[in-house]
Design a protein around this ligand. Structure first.
Ligand code: AR6
Length: 183
């Protein structure tokens, strides 16, 4: 099985340690920090990140906003506000898709504005932790959406924290459509 197909790669590890141009944060609509990866990103980036986030006036669900990376190894952070799953099941897939699309749009704009040949962007499995989105459904939306909107100048890394996520993403990238319970 390949862990990289075209410009999409699946990795296992800690996204906050990765030296990528951009990492994506699984944030909330306030953009003022929280638990999960959001908490780790704010802790490691340092207090200047919160100061910048305070000026952004929050973010709509299904959208995203960019800040500097401060003390993190990445250059920029895209704070994506994914949907909560429970109570919003009908609109959750649409919002999750919009989130991934917006991140690619922001990454590509960053590349163009800075005259870069290419840009690397790392994603966590947005909404699948505290926000309760079923992992396999979120995986399909994530990979399908990225395939739809990626271009040859963007390198996407899905950085899975846990082994289950890693297996799911690897399988789905390789065309094997298994659910969590079949792994
Ligand atoms: N590297 C890569 N992935 C990680 C890391 C890491 N260091 N740490 C956690 N994950 P979550 P959500 C994975 O809960 O579900 C916050 O309070 C984790 O295994 O961080 O979108 C926000 O402020 C999971 O697969 O985000 C919001 O209020 C994924 O990151 C809310 O949680 C997302 O889990 C957002 O919830």
């Amino acid at each position: 099985m390949k862990n990289k197909i075209d410009n999409i790669e699946v990795l296992q590890g800690d996204l906050t340690e990765m030296k990528l141009d951009i990492i994506v944060n699984a944030a909330n609509h306030t953009l003022l920090g929280g638990g999960g990866i959001d908490g780790i990103i704010h802790y490691k980036a340092g207090p200047q990140l919160l100061e910048e986030c305070k000026k952004l006036n929050g973010c709509e669900i299904g959208s995203a906003k960019m800040t500097d990376g401060y003390n993190l190894p990445c250059k920029k952070i895209i704070h994506a506000c994914g949907p909560m799953y429970y109570g919003h099941k009908e609109e959750a897939p649409i919002k999750l898709k919009e989130c991934y699309k917006k991140c690619i749009e922001l990454a590509d704009n960053y590349r163009i504005e800075n005259n870069l040949k290419s840009v690397s962007i790392g994603f966590p499995c947005i909404s699948t932790g505290i926000y309760g989105y079923p992992k396999d459904e979120a995986c399909k939306i994530a990979i399908d959406t990225i395939k739809e909107c990626i271009n040859e100048n963007i390198e996407v890394k899905f950085v899975c924290y846990g082994e289950l996520d890693y297996k799911l993403y690897m399988n789905y990238l390789n065309g094997i459509n298994k659910g969590v319970f079949e792994l």
